[in-house]
Design a protein around this ligand. Sequence first.
Ligand SMILES: C[S@@+](CC[C@H](N)C(=O)[O-])C[C@H]1O[C@@H](n2cnc3c(N)ncnc32)[C@H](O)[C@@H]1O
Length: 210
Amino acid sequence: MRLVTDWNRYHKRARISQRFLWVIWKAYWDLLRGIRFKEPIKIIELGCGTAYNTLQMTKLFQVDKVTLVDFNPNVLDAAQKRLSCLNCEKEFLLRDLFNLDLGEKYDIVHSQGLLEHYPLEQKRKLIRLHRDLLTADGITIILVPTPSLAYRLWRGTLERLHLWIYPDETAISEEEFSAELKYSGLQILKMKKCHLIELGAVCRRGVSTN
Ligand SMILES: C[S@@+](CC[C@H](N)C(=O)[O-])C[C@H]1O[C@@H](n2cnc3c(N)ncnc32)[C@H](O)[C@@H]1O
């Protein structure tokens, strides 16, 4: 049987490790460097968790609307509180991403810490979801852990201390990540290793085969 991550447990930890959120945001910031939009944009975050990265993006771009999706009610509730300071339109969807049927398109579709929790076919469905939610000129940003030496040391240490809480997580190599993004009809604009353990990609819609 596939053991799945307990997102309530994750969420309790994320609440206290604010410094880690900042490190991830710095990776996003680096990926977003040079990206501009002419009009106010719509942003959707898939598996939003803390929604911290969406909040930070609203400081970089003029934003019309943010949509946050997560299937964990505690997580979504905290995201709602975190974004209460925003003046743009806000939508919080308590939904499973595998049953998300939205009519709307977005200028930025993003996720971090999501794909690596699913087996290949579901991973592909999630990548296609990022792609299908994009406007014609929109970009998607996806960050995943990669099996670097630092990742393996960090994970190995936490596993030995019985502090590893992601039993379903599989780190994704750069080769696999780029192959899967292209397979799902995304064109990679930028791919970067971030803060030693993650890999981030900025993509737009390419020629779709799947
Ligand atoms: C590692 S956390 C994301 C962290 C987030 N990037 C942040 O900055 O806090 C992954 C999130 O995805 C959500 N999630 C995982 N699978 C999901 C699914 N099938 N549908 C909706 N949400 C999902 C979890 O509840 C969790 O909040």
